[in-house]
Design a protein around this ligand. Structure first.
Ligand code: GDP
Ligand code: MG
Length: 404
């Protein structure tokens, strides 16, 4: 299932490779990291076995330790497994975009409903929320209060009307008002049961939603993929299996907690659908797109080493570096080479970040770094502005004026 990294590594290899032996130790650490991040055990097992098989034989980048290289491979696989890229919300081509939220009780559906309205409003879309949790009057009040907070209208029809009927009425109202996006909050249960599934199916039929988003609490971790969880209904082997609900994506909430977010991996593994957004707090602005690469770093808990390996790989082509070394040795390092080096460093990010990634370099003050960055920029501009002829002229002028 996991394919060997297809991207050719830009750095020439030393002839050394990852072997069964030299990955045993780091693989154990990675396995531990995944379990600590609350990735469910079966998912960890499948993942570790598959990545181990793929890693053996991969060439080692010169100067990178086997464990660092393995972390990089694991990281890339995690990113791929979680969808690779940011997965955007889909909007309807005509008429209002309808987003249906589903999930167990307490995962954060009602909060997400308002957060999402606020998020979309900031993007210039007009929104309306529909209160579909008819089992607790407090749930409707909660949404109404949140609606006031984010200044988005809430359609309510009390607790006596069936959710599917509320959905129908809400949608009609939204069409009348020419609203861009309708977001419907639904009732959760402590556990999934048939009544809940049937209700969701009915609501779905009434709404014909553009997006059905499953809201998952990141703190539930292991449980997220367990047999009795809501997520499991998207697992074809589950007794509750249903294709009819057919979620289009997920929202992971409560990522501001201690959890390292292993649930993210389980969601994609079990449902096959991407996580589109994450909630990282109780405030209305705490909703953002889901970045698989950041999540992979968080799950592994090894962000910085990794980004250094990655960036070094992308930016410093070994070929170039060797060339450069030869030039310096033979005193042929010219200003164009200097420029190339400067740019390679600049591509790795700000110098503050790059230096921060190198162990033991913490003593350099930010002011010193800024000064150095400024000097480099000035030098770059000077070199760029000159033709070789002009450069020689300037040098000669300088030499004559100093008479040295
Ligand atoms: P629902 O039952 O699924 O509708 O869940 P609610 O939206 O009522 O949320 C349940 C609790 O979780 C509330 O106290 C929320 O304030 C809290 N909550 C929701 N999202 C987040 C989040 O991203 N971070 C934190 N820390 N708390 C959240
Ligand atoms: Mg609710």
């Amino acid at each position: 299932k996991f394919q060997k990294p297809t991207r050719k590594l830009p750095i020439r290899l030393d002839g050394k490779v990852l072997t069964k032996e030299n990955i045993v130790e780091p693989m154990r650490d990675i396995r531990r990291a995944l379990l600590e991040a609350d990735v469910s055990l079966p998912v960890v097992r499948r993942f570790v076995q598959s990545v181990s098989e793929q890693a053996v034989g991969v060439g080692l980048i010169r100067g990178v330790k086997p464990d660092q290289q393995l972390v990089k491979i694991v990281h890339d696989e995690l990113v791929k497994l979680m969808g690779g890229e940011v997965s955007d919300l889909v909007f309807a081509k005509s008429g209002p975009t309808v987003i249906l939220l589903a999930g167990l009780q307490g995962v954060g559906k009602t909060t997400v409903c308002a957060k999402l309205a606020f998020y979309l409003k900031k993007q210039g879309k007009s929104c309306m929320m529909v209160a579909g949790d008819v089992y607790r009057p407090a749930a409707i009040d909660q949404l109404v209060i949140l609606g006031e907070q984010v200044d988005v209208p809430v359609y309510t029809a009390g607790t006596e009307v069936k959710p599917s009927e509320i959905a129908r009425q809400g949608l009609a109202e939204a069409k009348k008002k020419n609203v861009d996006v309708v977001i419907m909050d639904t009732a959760g249960r402590l556990q999934i049961d048939k009544a809940m599934m049937d209700e969701l199916k009915e609501v779905k039929r009434a709404l014909n939603p553009t997006e059905v988003l499953l809201v998952v609490d990141a703190m539930t971790g292991q449980e997220a993929a367990a047999g009795n969880s809501f997520l499991s209904i998207f697992n074809p082997w589950s007794q509750h299996s249903t294709v009819e609900i057919g979620i289009t994506g997920a929202i992971l909430t409560k990522l501001d907690g201690d959890s390292r977010g292993g649930a993210a991996l389980s969601v994609k593994e079990v449902s096959g659908k991407p996580i589109k957004l994450v909630g990282r707090g109780e405030r209305m602005e705490d909703l953002e797109p889901f970045y698989p690469d950041r999540m992979a770093g968080r799950i592994l808990g090894m962000g910085d080493v990794l980004s250094f390996v990655e960036k070094a790989q992308e930016v410093m082509r070994q070929e170039d570096a060797e060339d450069l070394q030869k030039k310096i040795m033979s005193a042929k390092f010219d200003f164009n080479d200097f420029l190339k080096q400067t740019r390679a460093v600049a591509q790795m990010g700000s110098m503050t970040r790059v230096i921060g990634m190198i162990p033991g370099m913490g003593k350099i003050t930010p002011a010193q770094i800024r000064e150095a960055e400024k000097s480099l920029k000035i030098m770059e501009a000077m070199i760029e502005a000159m033709t070789p002829g002009l450069f020689i002229f300037c040098c000669l002028k300088e030499i004559l004026s100093t008479k040295s």
